[in-house]
Design a protein around this ligand. Sequence first.
Ligand code: NAD
Ligand code: AHE
Ligand code: ZN
Length: 368
Amino acid sequence: MKTRAAVAFEAKKPLEIVELDLEGPKAGEVLVEIMATGICHTDAYTLDGLDSEGIFPSILGHEGCGIVREVGAGVTSVAPDDHVIPLYTPECRQCKSCLSQKTNLCTAIRATQGKGVMPDGTSRFSYKGQQIFHYMGCSTFSNFTVLPEIALAKIRTDAPCDTSCYIGCGVTTGVGAVVHTAKVEPGATVIVFGLGGIGLNVIQGAKFAGAARIVGVDINPDREEWGRKFGMTDFVNPKDVGDIVQHLVAMTDGGGDYTFDCTGNTVVMRQALESAHRGWGESIVIGVAEAGKEIATRPFQLVTGRVWKGTAFGGARGRTDVPKIVDWYMNGLIQIDPMITHRLTLDEINKGFDLMHAGESIRSVVVY
Ligand code: NAD
Ligand code: AHE
Ligand code: ZN
Protein backbone atom coordinates (compact mmCIF):
# COMPACT_ATOMS: atom_id res chain seq x y z
CA MET A 1 0.00 0.00 0.00
CA LYS A 2 0.95 3.67 -0.16
CA THR A 3 1.42 5.95 2.85
CA ARG A 4 2.30 9.61 3.32
CA ALA A 5 5.27 10.12 5.56
CA ALA A 6 7.84 12.70 6.65
CA VAL A 7 11.18 11.18 5.70
CA ALA A 8 14.55 12.06 7.21
CA PHE A 9 16.67 11.52 4.10
CA GLU A 10 19.77 13.00 5.73
CA ALA A 11 20.87 14.29 9.13
CA LYS A 12 20.50 18.04 9.70
CA LYS A 13 18.09 18.46 6.76
CA PRO A 14 14.36 19.23 7.03
CA LEU A 15 12.03 16.24 6.75
CA GLU A 16 10.49 15.71 3.31
CA ILE A 17 6.84 14.76 2.93
CA VAL A 18 6.53 12.02 0.32
CA GLU A 19 4.34 9.07 -0.60
CA LEU A 20 6.03 5.77 0.24
CA ASP A 21 5.42 2.11 -0.39
CA LEU A 22 4.54 0.13 2.71
CA GLU A 23 4.51 -3.67 2.78
CA GLY A 24 1.72 -5.28 4.82
CA PRO A 25 2.25 -6.99 8.17
CA LYS A 26 4.07 -10.32 8.28
CA ALA A 27 3.56 -12.98 10.98
CA GLY A 28 3.46 -11.40 14.43
CA GLU A 29 3.14 -7.88 12.96
CA VAL A 30 0.38 -5.29 12.85
CA LEU A 31 -0.54 -2.50 10.42
CA VAL A 32 -1.50 0.65 12.32
CA GLU A 33 -3.04 3.87 10.98
CA ILE A 34 -1.36 6.58 13.02
CA MET A 35 -3.94 9.26 13.89
CA ALA A 36 -1.58 11.62 15.72
CA THR A 37 2.05 11.85 16.80
CA GLY A 38 3.96 14.10 19.16
CA ILE A 39 7.41 15.48 18.35
CA CYS A 40 9.86 14.65 21.16
CA HIS A 41 13.30 16.16 21.65
CA THR A 42 14.74 12.69 20.92
CA ASP A 43 13.44 12.96 17.33
CA ALA A 44 15.30 16.27 17.01
CA TYR A 45 18.44 14.78 18.54
CA THR A 46 18.46 11.98 15.95
CA LEU A 47 17.63 14.33 13.08
CA ASP A 48 20.46 16.62 14.20
CA GLY A 49 22.92 13.73 13.78
CA LEU A 50 23.62 13.42 17.53
CA ASP A 51 22.35 9.83 17.96
CA SER A 52 25.02 7.15 17.80
CA GLU A 53 22.30 4.81 16.48
CA GLY A 54 20.93 7.32 13.94
CA ILE A 55 20.32 5.79 10.50
CA PHE A 56 19.22 7.57 7.31
CA PRO A 57 17.01 7.59 5.30
CA SER A 58 14.48 6.83 8.01
CA ILE A 59 11.04 7.73 9.25
CA LEU A 60 11.35 9.26 12.72
CA GLY A 61 8.59 9.64 15.31
CA HIS A 62 7.94 7.47 18.37
CA GLU A 63 5.11 9.21 20.25
CA GLY A 64 1.98 8.08 18.43
CA CYS A 65 -1.55 6.86 18.79
CA GLY A 66 -3.51 5.02 16.14
CA ILE A 67 -5.94 2.33 15.08
CA VAL A 68 -5.16 -1.24 14.06
CA ARG A 69 -6.09 -1.82 10.42
CA GLU A 70 -4.71 -5.31 9.72
CA VAL A 71 -2.96 -8.04 11.66
CA GLY A 72 -0.45 -10.63 10.44
CA ALA A 73 -0.59 -14.35 11.07
CA GLY A 74 -0.53 -15.42 14.70
CA VAL A 75 -1.40 -12.03 16.19
CA THR A 76 -3.80 -12.53 19.11
CA SER A 77 -3.53 -9.56 21.48
CA VAL A 78 -4.88 -6.86 19.12
CA ALA A 79 -7.45 -6.87 16.31
CA PRO A 80 -8.63 -4.43 13.61
CA ASP A 81 -10.28 -1.28 15.03
CA ASP A 82 -8.42 -1.54 18.35
CA HIS A 83 -6.86 1.74 19.48
CA VAL A 84 -3.16 1.42 20.24
CA ILE A 85 -0.09 3.31 21.36
CA PRO A 86 3.19 2.16 19.72
CA LEU A 87 5.90 1.19 22.19
CA TYR A 88 9.56 1.92 21.56
CA THR A 89 10.12 -0.15 24.69
CA PRO A 90 8.11 -3.28 23.90
CA GLU A 91 6.97 -5.86 26.43
CA CYS A 92 7.29 -9.47 25.23
CA ARG A 93 6.74 -10.97 28.72
CA GLN A 94 9.09 -13.82 27.78
CA CYS A 95 12.67 -12.50 27.60
CA LYS A 96 15.12 -12.56 30.51
CA SER A 97 14.54 -8.85 31.17
CA CYS A 98 10.73 -9.06 31.18
CA LEU A 99 10.77 -12.19 33.34
CA SER A 100 13.20 -10.60 35.83
CA GLN A 101 10.57 -8.00 36.80
CA LYS A 102 13.63 -5.82 37.56
CA THR A 103 13.47 -3.68 34.42
CA ASN A 104 11.15 -2.53 31.65
CA LEU A 105 13.95 -2.88 29.07
CA CYS A 106 12.56 -5.82 27.06
CA THR A 107 15.33 -7.30 24.93
CA ALA A 108 13.22 -9.36 22.51
CA ILE A 109 13.70 -7.06 19.49
CA ARG A 110 16.12 -4.37 20.71
CA ALA A 111 18.96 -5.38 18.36
CA THR A 112 16.97 -5.14 15.12
CA GLN A 113 15.10 -2.04 16.39
CA GLY A 114 18.42 -0.23 16.78
CA LYS A 115 19.31 -1.12 13.19
CA GLY A 116 16.09 0.39 11.83
CA VAL A 117 14.53 -2.87 10.73
CA MET A 118 11.74 -5.24 11.78
CA PRO A 119 12.64 -8.38 13.78
CA ASP A 120 13.12 -10.37 10.53
CA GLY A 121 15.86 -7.94 9.51
CA THR A 122 13.95 -6.13 6.74
CA SER A 123 12.16 -2.80 6.45
CA ARG A 124 8.51 -2.47 5.43
CA PHE A 125 9.09 1.02 3.97
CA SER A 126 10.54 1.91 0.57
CA TYR A 127 10.66 4.95 -1.71
CA LYS A 128 11.24 4.58 -5.43
CA GLY A 129 12.59 1.10 -4.72
CA GLN A 130 15.07 2.32 -2.05
CA GLN A 131 14.76 0.93 1.49
CA ILE A 132 13.73 3.47 4.15
CA PHE A 133 14.56 2.54 7.76
CA HIS A 134 12.19 2.33 10.73
CA TYR A 135 13.02 4.40 13.86
CA MET A 136 12.80 3.19 17.47
CA GLY A 137 10.54 0.46 16.12
CA CYS A 138 7.72 2.98 15.67
CA SER A 139 8.09 5.48 12.75
CA THR A 140 5.02 7.46 13.73
CA PHE A 141 5.85 10.24 11.24
CA SER A 142 4.17 7.94 8.70
CA ASN A 143 0.37 7.87 8.42
CA PHE A 144 0.54 4.05 8.31
CA THR A 145 3.24 1.95 9.93
CA VAL A 146 3.93 -1.68 10.77
CA LEU A 147 4.96 -2.80 14.26
CA PRO A 148 5.54 -6.08 16.06
CA GLU A 149 2.54 -7.11 18.17
CA ILE A 150 4.65 -6.91 21.36
CA ALA A 151 5.24 -3.20 20.65
CA LEU A 152 1.59 -2.16 20.90
CA ALA A 153 -0.36 -1.14 24.00
CA LYS A 154 -4.10 -1.55 23.50
CA ILE A 155 -5.94 1.42 24.97
CA ARG A 156 -9.56 2.43 25.55
CA THR A 157 -11.32 3.75 22.44
CA ASP A 158 -12.71 6.91 24.10
CA ALA A 159 -9.21 8.34 24.70
CA PRO A 160 -8.58 11.00 22.03
CA CYS A 161 -5.54 10.18 19.91
CA ASP A 162 -4.45 13.81 19.47
CA THR A 163 -3.65 14.04 23.20
CA SER A 164 -3.10 10.40 24.21
CA CYS A 165 -0.24 10.11 21.72
CA TYR A 166 1.86 12.03 24.27
CA ILE A 167 1.59 8.96 26.56
CA GLY A 168 3.66 7.16 23.90
CA CYS A 169 6.74 8.95 25.27
CA GLY A 170 6.71 12.25 27.20
CA VAL A 171 3.95 11.66 29.73
CA THR A 172 4.96 8.09 30.56
CA THR A 173 8.65 9.01 30.71
CA GLY A 174 8.15 11.93 33.10
CA VAL A 175 5.41 10.55 35.32
CA GLY A 176 6.92 7.04 35.22
CA ALA A 177 10.37 8.30 36.25
CA VAL A 178 8.74 9.57 39.44
CA VAL A 179 6.44 6.65 40.25
CA HIS A 180 8.35 3.66 38.82
CA THR A 181 12.03 4.65 38.90
CA ALA A 182 12.44 7.05 41.82
CA LYS A 183 9.33 5.90 43.73
CA VAL A 184 8.96 9.40 45.20
CA GLU A 185 7.14 9.30 48.54
CA PRO A 186 4.70 11.84 50.01
CA GLY A 187 6.45 14.81 51.61
CA ALA A 188 9.62 14.48 49.50
CA THR A 189 11.64 17.37 48.06
CA VAL A 190 12.11 17.05 44.29
CA ILE A 191 14.34 19.10 41.97
CA VAL A 192 13.66 19.01 38.22
CA PHE A 193 16.23 20.32 35.72
CA GLY A 194 14.68 21.23 32.34
CA LEU A 195 10.99 22.09 32.21
CA GLY A 196 10.10 20.98 28.69
CA GLY A 197 7.89 18.18 27.45
CA ILE A 198 9.49 15.70 29.87
CA GLY A 199 10.30 17.90 32.88
CA LEU A 200 6.73 19.21 33.21
CA ASN A 201 5.56 15.60 33.37
CA VAL A 202 8.09 14.91 36.12
CA ILE A 203 6.59 17.89 37.95
CA GLN A 204 3.04 16.64 37.59
CA GLY A 205 4.17 13.13 38.56
CA ALA A 206 5.86 14.53 41.69
CA LYS A 207 2.68 16.37 42.64
CA PHE A 208 0.68 13.17 42.00
CA ALA A 209 3.10 11.29 44.30
CA GLY A 210 2.57 13.86 47.07
CA ALA A 211 5.96 15.63 47.00
CA ALA A 212 5.90 18.60 49.39
CA ARG A 213 8.42 20.75 47.54
CA ILE A 214 9.01 20.70 43.79
CA VAL A 215 11.82 22.95 42.58
CA GLY A 216 12.07 23.60 38.83
CA VAL A 217 15.32 24.72 37.16
CA ASP A 218 15.41 26.10 33.61
CA ILE A 219 17.41 28.68 31.66
CA ASN A 220 14.21 29.73 29.83
CA PRO A 221 12.35 32.17 32.14
CA ASP A 222 9.04 31.45 30.38
CA ARG A 223 9.14 27.98 31.90
CA GLU A 224 8.41 29.34 35.41
CA GLU A 225 4.75 29.90 34.57
CA TRP A 226 4.56 26.46 32.94
CA GLY A 227 6.05 24.69 35.94
CA ARG A 228 3.69 26.39 38.39
CA LYS A 229 0.67 25.18 36.36
CA PHE A 230 1.58 21.57 37.15
CA GLY A 231 2.63 21.84 40.80
CA MET A 232 6.12 23.40 40.90
CA THR A 233 6.55 25.28 44.19
CA ASP A 234 9.86 27.11 43.45
CA PHE A 235 11.70 28.14 40.28
CA VAL A 236 15.39 28.84 39.75
CA ASN A 237 16.96 30.21 36.59
CA PRO A 238 20.64 29.20 36.74
CA LYS A 239 21.49 32.45 34.95
CA ASP A 240 20.21 34.41 37.99
CA VAL A 241 22.29 32.66 40.65
CA GLY A 242 26.00 32.01 41.19
CA ASP A 243 26.75 28.35 41.82
CA ILE A 244 23.52 26.52 40.98
CA VAL A 245 24.36 23.47 43.15
CA GLN A 246 25.17 25.56 46.23
CA HIS A 247 22.03 27.60 45.65
CA LEU A 248 19.77 24.54 45.43
CA VAL A 249 21.39 22.80 48.41
CA ALA A 250 20.93 25.93 50.52
CA MET A 251 17.31 26.51 49.50
CA THR A 252 16.29 22.86 50.14
CA ASP A 253 18.06 22.35 53.50
CA GLY A 254 20.68 19.99 52.10
CA GLY A 255 19.45 19.06 48.63
CA GLY A 256 16.67 17.16 46.93
CA ASP A 257 15.51 13.73 48.04
CA TYR A 258 15.10 13.14 44.31
CA THR A 259 16.54 15.14 41.42
CA PHE A 260 15.87 14.62 37.72
CA ASP A 261 17.81 15.66 34.62
CA CYS A 262 15.40 16.39 31.78
CA THR A 263 17.86 18.32 29.58
CA GLY A 264 20.28 15.79 28.05
CA ASN A 265 23.15 18.13 28.98
CA THR A 266 25.93 16.25 30.79
CA VAL A 267 26.96 19.35 32.79
CA VAL A 268 23.39 19.59 34.07
CA MET A 269 23.40 15.86 34.89
CA ARG A 270 26.33 16.50 37.23
CA GLN A 271 24.55 19.47 38.80
CA ALA A 272 21.50 17.28 39.35
CA LEU A 273 23.56 14.56 41.06
CA GLU A 274 25.39 17.04 43.26
CA SER A 275 22.20 18.80 44.34
CA ALA A 276 20.79 15.51 45.66
CA HIS A 277 20.82 15.25 49.46
CA ARG A 278 23.96 13.88 51.14
CA GLY A 279 23.37 10.38 52.51
CA TRP A 280 20.28 9.41 50.53
CA GLY A 281 19.47 11.70 47.58
CA GLU A 282 18.78 9.95 44.29
CA SER A 283 19.41 11.58 40.93
CA ILE A 284 17.63 10.21 37.89
CA VAL A 285 19.05 10.78 34.39
CA ILE A 286 16.23 11.06 31.84
CA GLY A 287 17.88 13.32 29.26
CA VAL A 288 19.58 11.69 26.28
CA ALA A 289 23.08 13.07 25.71
CA GLU A 290 24.66 13.47 22.31
CA ALA A 291 27.02 10.81 20.96
CA GLY A 292 30.45 10.94 22.58
CA LYS A 293 29.42 12.82 25.75
CA GLU A 294 30.23 11.37 29.16
CA ILE A 295 29.20 12.16 32.72
CA ALA A 296 31.61 12.91 35.56
CA THR A 297 31.55 13.66 39.27
CA ARG A 298 33.84 13.18 42.25
CA PRO A 299 33.43 9.61 43.57
CA PHE A 300 33.04 11.27 46.99
CA GLN A 301 29.56 12.34 45.86
CA LEU A 302 28.59 8.66 45.71
CA VAL A 303 30.67 7.62 48.73
CA THR A 304 28.59 10.08 50.71
CA GLY A 305 25.39 8.36 49.78
CA ARG A 306 24.04 9.96 46.62
CA VAL A 307 22.67 7.52 44.06
CA TRP A 308 22.93 8.06 40.29
CA LYS A 309 20.50 6.13 38.11
CA GLY A 310 18.72 6.44 34.79
CA THR A 311 15.39 5.60 33.28
CA ALA A 312 14.03 4.79 29.84
CA PHE A 313 10.33 5.24 29.10
CA GLY A 314 9.85 6.03 32.79
CA GLY A 315 10.47 2.44 33.77
CA ALA A 316 7.04 1.59 32.35
CA ARG A 317 6.19 -1.88 31.02
CA GLY A 318 4.30 -0.64 28.02
CA ARG A 319 1.53 -3.15 27.41
CA THR A 320 0.77 -3.33 31.14
CA ASP A 321 1.30 0.26 32.29
CA VAL A 322 0.37 2.44 29.30
CA PRO A 323 -3.37 1.54 29.42
CA LYS A 324 -3.31 2.48 33.13
CA ILE A 325 -1.70 5.85 32.38
CA VAL A 326 -4.41 6.45 29.76
CA ASP A 327 -6.96 5.77 32.53
CA TRP A 328 -5.20 8.25 34.83
CA TYR A 329 -5.50 10.85 32.08
CA MET A 330 -9.12 10.07 31.26
CA ASN A 331 -9.99 10.12 34.99
CA GLY A 332 -8.38 13.55 35.45
CA LEU A 333 -5.51 12.37 37.68
CA ILE A 334 -2.92 13.74 35.26
CA GLN A 335 -3.16 16.51 32.68
CA ILE A 336 -2.12 16.40 29.05
CA ASP A 337 -4.23 18.87 27.09
CA PRO A 338 -2.58 22.11 28.36
CA MET A 339 0.89 20.81 27.44
CA ILE A 340 -0.07 20.37 23.79
CA THR A 341 0.76 23.85 22.64
CA HIS A 342 0.65 23.30 18.88
CA ARG A 343 -1.32 21.09 16.49
CA LEU A 344 0.17 20.75 13.01
CA THR A 345 -0.55 18.94 9.76
CA LEU A 346 2.04 16.49 8.43
CA ASP A 347 3.05 19.13 5.86
CA GLU A 348 3.87 21.49 8.74
CA ILE A 349 5.99 19.00 10.71
CA ASN A 350 9.29 20.90 10.31
CA LYS A 351 7.68 23.87 12.06
CA GLY A 352 7.29 21.59 15.10
CA PHE A 353 11.08 21.15 15.24
CA ASP A 354 11.62 24.91 14.84
CA LEU A 355 9.20 25.66 17.70
CA MET A 356 11.01 23.18 19.94
CA HIS A 357 14.45 24.64 19.19
CA ALA A 358 13.13 28.16 19.80
CA GLY A 359 11.73 27.09 23.20
CA GLU A 360 8.23 28.14 22.07
CA SER A 361 6.43 24.80 22.34
CA ILE A 362 5.97 22.26 25.09
CA ARG A 363 4.58 19.61 22.74
CA SER A 364 3.70 19.93 19.08
CA VAL A 365 1.39 17.20 17.81
CA VAL A 366 0.95 16.27 14.16
CA VAL A 367 -2.65 15.28 13.47
CA TYR A 368 -3.09 13.19 10.31
P1 NAD B 1 12.47 20.00 25.51
O1 NAD B 1 13.29 20.64 24.49
O2 NAD B 1 10.99 20.11 25.45
O3 NAD B 1 12.90 20.53 26.98
C1 NAD B 1 14.21 20.71 27.40
C2 NAD B 1 14.20 21.81 28.48
O4 NAD B 1 15.51 21.89 29.06
C3 NAD B 1 13.88 23.19 27.93
O5 NAD B 1 12.87 23.81 28.71
C4 NAD B 1 15.22 23.93 28.03
O6 NAD B 1 15.05 25.33 28.21
C5 NAD B 1 15.82 23.26 29.24
N1 NAD B 1 17.28 23.41 29.35
C6 NAD B 1 18.20 23.34 28.33
N2 NAD B 1 19.44 23.54 28.80
C7 NAD B 1 19.31 23.72 30.15
C8 NAD B 1 20.23 23.98 31.21
N3 NAD B 1 21.55 24.11 30.96
N4 NAD B 1 19.74 24.10 32.47
C9 NAD B 1 18.41 24.00 32.71
N5 NAD B 1 17.50 23.77 31.75
C10 NAD B 1 17.94 23.63 30.49
O7 NAD B 1 12.89 18.46 25.52
P2 NAD B 1 12.05 17.21 26.08
O8 NAD B 1 11.18 16.66 24.99
O9 NAD B 1 11.48 17.60 27.39
O10 NAD B 1 13.24 16.15 26.29
C11 NAD B 1 14.18 16.38 27.33
C12 NAD B 1 15.29 15.33 27.28
O11 NAD B 1 14.75 14.04 27.62
C13 NAD B 1 15.91 15.15 25.88
O12 NAD B 1 17.29 14.91 26.07
C14 NAD B 1 15.21 13.90 25.35
O13 NAD B 1 15.97 13.27 24.37
C15 NAD B 1 15.13 13.09 26.63
N6 NAD B 1 14.11 12.01 26.67
C16 NAD B 1 14.48 10.86 27.32
C17 NAD B 1 13.56 9.83 27.46
C18 NAD B 1 13.92 8.58 28.19
O14 NAD B 1 13.20 7.59 28.08
N7 NAD B 1 15.00 8.57 28.95
C19 NAD B 1 12.27 9.97 26.91
C20 NAD B 1 11.95 11.17 26.27
C21 NAD B 1 12.88 12.19 26.16
N1 AHE C 1 20.04 5.68 20.57
C1 AHE C 1 20.71 6.39 21.63
C2 AHE C 1 20.01 6.28 22.95
C3 AHE C 1 18.65 6.93 22.89
C4 AHE C 1 17.92 6.62 24.15
O1 AHE C 1 18.49 6.56 25.26
N2 AHE C 1 16.62 6.43 24.02
C5 AHE C 1 15.76 6.20 25.17
C6 AHE C 1 14.40 6.67 24.81
S1 AHE C 1 14.36 8.40 24.42
C7 AHE C 1 12.74 8.62 24.02
O2 AHE C 1 12.53 9.91 23.71
C8 AHE C 1 15.64 4.71 25.49
O3 AHE C 1 14.58 4.12 25.56
N3 AHE C 1 16.74 4.08 25.72
C9 AHE C 1 16.80 2.67 25.98
C10 AHE C 1 17.09 1.91 24.71
O4 AHE C 1 17.16 0.70 24.76
O5 AHE C 1 17.24 2.58 23.65
C11 AHE C 1 22.16 5.98 21.74
O6 AHE C 1 22.87 6.59 22.56
O7 AHE C 1 22.59 5.10 21.00
ZN1 ZN D 1 10.59 10.62 23.22
